[in-house]
Design a protein around this ligand. Sequence first.
Ligand SMILES: *[C@@H]1O[C@H](CO)[C@@H](O)[C@H](O)[C@H]1NC(C)=O
Ligand SMILES: *[C@@H]1O[C@H](CO)[C@@H](O)[C@H](O)[C@H]1NC(C)=O
Ligand SMILES: CC(=O)N[C@H]1CO[C@H](CO)[C@@H](O)[C@@H]1O
Length: 373
Amino acid sequence: MWVFRSVLGARTAARLLWGVLSASGRHGPAASSYSASAQPSRVRALVYGHHGDPAKVVELKNLELAAVGGSDVHVKMLAAPINPSDINMIQGNYSLLPKLPAVGGNEGVGQVVAVGSNVTRLKPGDWVIPANAGVGTWRTEAVFSEEALIGVPSDIPLQSAATLSVNPCTAYRMLVDFEQLQPGDSVIQNASNSGVGQAVIQIAAALGLRTINVVRERPDIQKLTDRLKSLGAEHIITEEELRRPEMKNIFKDVPQPRLALNGVGGKSSTELLRQLAPGGTMVTYGGMAKQPVIASVSLLIFKDLKLRGFWLSQWKNNHSPDQFKALILTLCDLIRRGQLAAPTCTEVPLQDYQHALEASMKPFVSSKQILTM
Ligand SMILES: *[C@@H]1O[C@H](CO)[C@@H](O)[C@H](O)[C@H]1NC(C)=O
Ligand SMILES: *[C@@H]1O[C@H](CO)[C@@H](O)[C@H](O)[C@H]1NC(C)=O
Ligand SMILES: CC(=O)N[C@H]1CO[C@H](CO)[C@@H](O)[C@@H]1O
């Protein structure tokens, strides 16, 4: 699981909160997150009223659709994934927490049904994804403000569009922003089978970078190896193999990596650091192991390694909406060229959410659950 407990500055927190509220309604905080309706209505949503075990606190409810104001957009949701960060948010273990009750889900793709008279960038029929986390995507329809949405081309697969705005963006920025890598250079990562890990493999291959991918030992390791290789992974090694002296042989034909991507933390990150080239950077973006990153003093001193972190919400705060849109369009180009496929997905109808939530929390589930509306 991704677990973030970072302390946000007041300004950042306010901006994030604004994103949450402006996306879900225009008449003030809690009341506008949604309004529950006595009569059954067309809009169905997965709502939680307090934090806790997602399987227990999430309920399917009927909501009223807010009126479409001048700068609002009425969206029919098409598909929305269940990400680890969605689960953390429902549990209450995330640094960005919407006011409760809230609609679950931070990512997804919808189609514009109608727009207010002041909306200029979007028109009915367009596909849209949320610009920020916290909008609540697990629902059949919603009214969002125009600036809460980004238009995406509708000629990419639905599953790609639904899973575009978090993992591939994170993977791309980490590959490009920390070390100036050239084609032929290598990157090492763990959590290679995660959503970010699979995006890293594909985007790295598209950029001409060679990947060394660490995975957990598991019964169906050959199947996993074959699948990651088909995505463009060069080397796939288990954690145990990484500790063996033969690991040195890999670096006879692959240059030592200057970039390590860590989605795990704990002991595994120590191993990643050992493999880094002098002066290299390890970027941490997740903490599945729920352990601190442990770096050896001698490695830091003698190799002058850099430890950095990446959080996409923070990147978005420091960049303009146009820069985010440009990133999305770059990724759409990769998708169209067949260089970036969606992670393996299981589509689950919204009403079967219980099953999807449970499946998303099981270890070793290699398939992302996508709710379809
Ligand atoms: C998150 O919080 C829940 C309580 O809502 C707790 O049971 C769970 O262990 C926590 N998970 C993590 C990953 O810290
Ligand atoms: C449209 O924008 C103008 C100028 O900002 C504003 O005066 C007007 O009230 C807006 N119209 C609606 C319907 O929101
Ligand atoms: C060496 C290393 O970093 N190994 C970790 C990589 O990620 C997996 C999970 O995918 C961990 O279990 C390993 O410990």
